[in-house]
Write a protein that binds this ligand. Structure first.
Ligand code: TRP
Length: 452
């Protein structure tokens, strides 16, 4: 059965390269530039990096291929896709869970996206490169994120940028934007790495980053690495599935998957090469946690030659990464309303983005007026992040793996993958990973959380 879908509101990628850039744009985001370095900093440097890479290869890569395959096979959004492959079964629930996760993630992702835009503006006006001490930089960040109006305006601006791109559709909007933004991102990153590595004392940071400290590896490390791999590769909610659904039939899925995974991992590793050398060269602490990028780096920039320029480039890079990921989250939700509800693109984009923005408002205010509104010690932002990133995504990924491995079946999946390729040489290894390794790995993570 070929499920074809000629709904004009959907669209297609125009080129293979454009698709790979768009999917890489989805993967490379705040997860790589904001989260990855501080997680590495907190978990023992190089040792964590090795575990992260193993999780990416053994669990992330097979699930990404599974998502692309389901997407291309059905040419549908997450809900429609599972429905098409196994009509009227509870498996459709994976799709609903995915759309919900996308909604949740974008609601707080947009808040941090707003912070990145604010820091671009503040670098341009030279507000954030004059700090005398790291404490000043930290205080500045603290008072910024508690300022209701500023937060709301930048949050709205970020959502507005995503809306502007997604409104124009898959090819003219998403693909074009990524074709411009992704090369910029790579160039900026290389420039920054050069600046960072040529600072006196930089090598200490490189050493911390690359030298594995095996004593820091425990079961907790593996959980964190696996969760990070899911988030960084945009897996577990049908985001990659949706991007796969805009592929023409003759696309080689296995090589596309490999490119996206390698690209995402390379960027995360390179970001480490920018941040750690600079942090060490300026004599600051790498294990600063989530504020590493927003409050430690400005202090780092303040102390280095060309610091203001470096800070402008860095925050533009961060904003680009956030936007190309934000649009993929929005697109997955929008695709559901286009396919399943028959909405036109404009209506779907405007309504979903408004609702997601409004739902994100309490997250945006979680560090200001709502900072005391805590439940179980966590604010609204933390709760939404926690529900989506630590539960919905891994659960979605595990169920997708089980669905492809056992319900739809690796045989049907391989047929789809091999449709226009000569042969899927790694087919048996992939089959093994998707049937056993991926679901069991995620299950272990859940069990470990339960007993934690
Ligand atoms: N991968 C992106 C990042 O690293 C975030 C993201 C985009 C995402 N789409 C997703 C995360 C879907 C999970 C699921 O920042």
């Amino acid at each position: 059965m070929t499920v074809s879908n000629d709904n004009k509101q959907r669209g297609f990628w125009k080129s293979r390269f454009g698709f790979i850039l768009a999917a890489s744009g989805s993967a490379v985001g705040l997860g790589n530039i904001w989260k990855f370095p501080y997680i590495v900093g907190e978990n023992g440097g190089g040792a964590f990096v090795i575990i992260y890479i193993l999780c990416t290869i053994a669990v992330g890569l097979p699930i990404m291929l599974a998502e692309f395959t389901i997407g291309r096979k059905t040419n549908l959004n997450p809900v429609g896709a599972f429905q098409a492959l196994k009509a009227n079964s509870p498996w459709t629930g994976i799709g609903y869970m995915g759309v919900l996760a996308g909604f949740f993630i974008l609601s707080f992702y947009g808040v941090v996206g707003g912070w990145t835009l604010a820091y671009v503006a503040k670098s341009l006006t030279q507000t954030i490169s004059n700090f005398a001490s790291p404490q000043d930089a930290g205080q500045f960040f603290g008072s910024f994120i508690s300022n209701t109006w500023e937060i709301l305006c930048y949050h709205a601006l970020f959502m507005g940028l995503c809306v502007g791109i997604v409104l124009r559709g898959v090819h003219s909007g998403i693909e074009r934007a990524c074709e411009i933004l992704m090369p910029m991102l790579v160039i900026f990153l290389i420039l920054l790495m050069f600046r960072s590595l040529t600072l006196p004392g930089a090598m200490e940071g490189v050493e911390f980053y690359l030298k594995p400290d095996l004593s820091k590896i425990g079961s907790q490390t593996i959980l964190i690495a696996l969760g990070q791999a899911f988030f960084s590769l945009s897996l577990g909610m049908g985001c990659m599935l949706t991007y796969g659904s805009y592929l023409p039939e003759d696309e080689n899925l296995t090589s596309a998957t490999a490119y996206v995974v390698i690209f995402d991992t390379m960027i995360a590793l390179l970001v480490g090469m920018v941040i750690f050398p600079a942090v060490f060269a300026m004599g600051l602490e790498p294990a600063e946690g989530p504020s590493l990028v927003f409050s430690v780096l400005p202090a780092v920039f303040a102390g280095m030659p060309f610091g203001n320029l470096v800070s402008i480039i860095f925050f533009i890079l961060l904003a680009i990464a956030a936007i190309t990921s934000g649009i993929s989250l929005l697109e997955a939700v929008v695709a559901y309303f286009i396919d399943q509800r028959g909405w036109d693109r404009k209506k779907a984009v405007l309504i979903t983005s408004t609702v997601i923005f409004l739902f994100g408002v309490p997250s945006g205010l979680s560090f200001g007026v709502l900072s005391d509104a805590k439940l179980f010690g966590m604010n609204f932002f933390d709760h939404i992040d926690n529900i989506a990133s630590n539960y919905l995504l891994p659960l979605g990924g595990m169920l997708t793996a089980i669905f492809v491995g056992w319900v739809w079946g690796t045989k049907s999946a391989k047929e789809e993958i091999e449709k226009h390729e000569t042969q899927f040489h790694w087919g048996h290894i992939w089959g093994f990973l998707i049937r056993y390794v991926s679901p069991v790995a995620v299950l272990l993570v859940f069990l470990a959380k339960l007993f934690q």
